[in-house]
Design a protein around this ligand. Structure first.
Ligand SMILES: Cc1cc2nc3c(=O)[nH]c(=O)nc-3n(C[C@H](O)[C@H](O)[C@H](O)COP(=O)(O)OP(=O)(O)OC[C@H]3O[C@@H](n4cnc5c(N)ncnc54)[C@H](O)[C@@H]3O)c2cc1C
Length: 362
């Protein structure tokens, strides 16, 4: 008999696990704190490794239809000189809402339990979690609990209370703008304008035929936003980058800053393991990465696929060894992304030099 599995957090990692496990013949229950599945964040870039992982869910074709294929990354300075032009293989811009909706559509409604904010575990005598308790008063038992509750994971706090996150050095004001003309003018490119002295950049990702996700990325020791109102966010963007090359001023002009948010980017210092007894971490809960890698979403899906393999074999009694393997294998990969992200953040903060890399971890 398969073990019972409770997933805490219905974002990318949690939903991807549920879909793949369903394909393998299993079932899960998902407990998500929001009334709808996690839509924090506006969009992202699916990279080749994430699309490969999605193909295991048979969703790569669907994802390519809701996304916008990107074939190049252009880095341009803020006086409009092209610094770098590199190809992107098999990559897509996509809105988070469309992507989450695609994942949700694969999951039976009775597996989803919204308005469930995890608060703590009750433990059995052998140090395994026996119940997950939620702030609405419900508590559920399961053989295994998967912590898929993002970068500020309450599940992680329960099993690794000493885990530490880096300081926030870079923030992003992330926005979305609707303009077919703008999408057409960008072509199939991810474009990043950067200040040559470092510490400030503007990125643009076409996310479908008429929407562009764009962001102002800034060293928050040099620049910071004080007023988080609609007007405050707009004034901040105008002050920093309105005079930069087209189409930046029109992006600012056409953005509804009520929908914009500030992403306080930071990373999680590497954990020694991604599990403790019957509690397992996936996605940002296990390894929050810096934005420069574009691996947050892609690696969350990869985690889910790898962990499904363990539970698919659980019937054969391999779970403990399998979890060690999951932990070791995924740690070695995401630790490389983490190192690349830290190096890319350093490059972002410094003045530009000719060998600078494009902002992705592969
Ligand atoms: C504000 C913000 C903006 C971002 N912007 C970008 C971006 O522009 N580009 C990019 O590539 N990446 C972005 N990211 C990172 C990206 O969203 C993550 O790397 C990716 O979603 C990881 O997937 P995940 O499943 O681990 O976490 P998530 O997709 O964040 O899912 C976590 C889920 O857990 C739920 N949850 C949290 N706490 C609890 C709890 N106590 N109980 C129950 N449920 C809980 C949340 O509501 C959410 O649905 C952003 C992240 C944040 C937080």
């Amino acid at each position: 008999m398969r073990p019972s599995i409770a997933i805490i957090g219905g974002g990318i990692a949690g939903l991807a696990f549920a879909i793949h496990y369903k394909k393998l013949g299993g079932r899960v229950d998902i407990y998500e704190r929001s009334p709808l599945s996690g839509r924090e964040g506006l969009g992202f870039i699916m990279l080749e490794n994430g699309m490969r992982a999605l193909s295991k869910l048979s969703l790569d074709q669907e994802a390519s239809k809701i996304g916008y294929s990107l074939d190049a990354c252009h880095i341009i300075d803020n006086t409009n000189n092209l610094l770098t032009d590199e190809p992107l293989q098999g990559s897509y811009g996509v809105t988070r809402k469309a992507f989450i909706d695609l994942l949700l559509a694969q999951i039976p409604a009775d597996w989803l339990h919204f308005d469930h904010q995890f608060s703590h575990f009750e433990w059995s005598d052998n140090n395994s979690a026996s119940y997950a308790c939620f702030s609405n008063g419900n508590k559920v038992s399961a053989d295994f609990f998967l912590g898929c509750d993002g970068g500020r994971s309450a599940v992680r706090n329960q099993i690794f209370p000493n885990a530490k996150r880096s300081e926030v050095r870079v923030k992003e004001l992330v926005s979305i703008v609707e303009s077919e003309a703008l999408v057409n003018s960008l072509g199939r490119r991810f474009i990043k304008f950067k200040q040559l002295e470092g510490g400030l950049a503007v990125g643009m990702v076409p996310a479908d035929d008429k929407r562009v996700i764009w962001f102002v990325q800034y060293d928050c020791q040099r620049f910071d936003i004080e007023n988080l109102s609609f007007e405050g966010k707009k004034a901040f963007a105008e002050k920093l980058v309105n005079h930069w090359p087209a189409p930046i001023s029109s992006l600012i002009e056409n953005t509804n800053f009520d929908l914009s948010h500030i992403w306080q980017t930071c990373y999680l210092l590497p954990l020694e393991k991604f599990h403790k007894n019957n509690v397992v971490l996936l996605g940002d809960a296990a390894h929050a990465l810096l934005p420069f890698t574009s691996q947050g979403v892609n690696s969350a899906i990869e985690d889910a696929i790898e962990l499904c393999r363990v539970f698919d074999k659980a019937q054969e009694g391999y779970t403990a060894i399998g979890l060690e393997h999951y932990s070791a294998m995924r740690r070695s990969i995401v630790n490389q992304y983490l190192d690349q992200g830290i190096a890319l953040q350093e490059e972002f903060l410094q003045a530009h030099h000719a060998e600078q890399k494009i902002p992705f971890a592969f």
